[in-house]
Design a protein around this ligand. Structure first.
Ligand SMILES: [Zn+2]
Length: 206
């Protein structure tokens, strides 16, 4: 007989303080997946008629993946321990956007001649997924959350977008241009990898 439960005991022990079972969210989907949220909770998404025996085997096959991702999350949490985590209010975001409007266009004006390009309009947005973008018409968009990043990280994003005026891709030629104007760009990329998610998360508070 097949059984369908909404929560399954984990077939392995993750450690003290970790859940010992996992919620199963069933819907009209075709594949099974294990999803890990930023807060360290995880759950299974599954088609309606997937029985528990199958899901147990699936979970067992994802053990290493889950362990390594939880570990990574722990490390990131430690790195971001000194960072504020509270959800930004509408007022906070407005203040950041005001600051960004003063700060980022000045950086673009400073670096454009060094990159050797011109640009169109600059728009400040609040976004959850990107720090900046450059349209084919040469208009630049920047995320107001950049104001929560250090100035050298902001410089890198501005230079990155300006370099897209030369190369609309992330080819070796593009990165060579970035490196010419921003020699420590790898350090900045690492900074965003370590802290970017924590800052973006303050937009939704998740
Ligand atoms: Zn890019």
């Amino acid at each position: 007989m097949k059984t369908y439960s909404s929560s399954l005991p984990l077939p392995f022990f993750l450690g003290e303080g970790f859940p010992s079972s996992v919620p199963v969210v069933r819907s009209d989907r075709k594949t099974v997946s294990l999803e890990l949220k930023r807060d360290g909770t995880f759950f299974i998404r599954a088609p309606r008629r997937t029985d528990d025996a199958f899901l147990k085997r699936f979970l067992a096959s994802r053990e290493e993946w889950l362990r390594s991702h939880l570990k990574k999350q722990e490390l990131l949490k430690e790195k971001n321990a000194d960072f504020p985590q509270e959800k930004l209010t509408a007022e906070d975001i407005r203040a950041l956007a005001d600051e960004a409007l003063r700060d980022l266009p000045a950086r673009a004006a400073r670096f454009a001649p060094l990159v050797g390009v011109t640009y169109g309009r600059i728009t400040i947005r609040n976004q959850k997924t990107r720090w900046g973008s450059c349209s084919s018409a040469g208009n630049l968009n920047f995320n107001c959350l950049l104001m929560l990043a250090p100035p050298e990280a902001r410089d890198y994003v501005v230079i990155h977008e300006l370099c897209h005026r030369l190369e609309m891709n992330h080819s070796p030629r593009f990165w060579a241009e970035v490196a010419r104007v921003c020699p420590d760009y790898r350090t900045q990329i690492r900074w965003f990898r370590d802290h970017g998610g924590a800052i973006m998360a303050r937009m939704t508070g998740e």
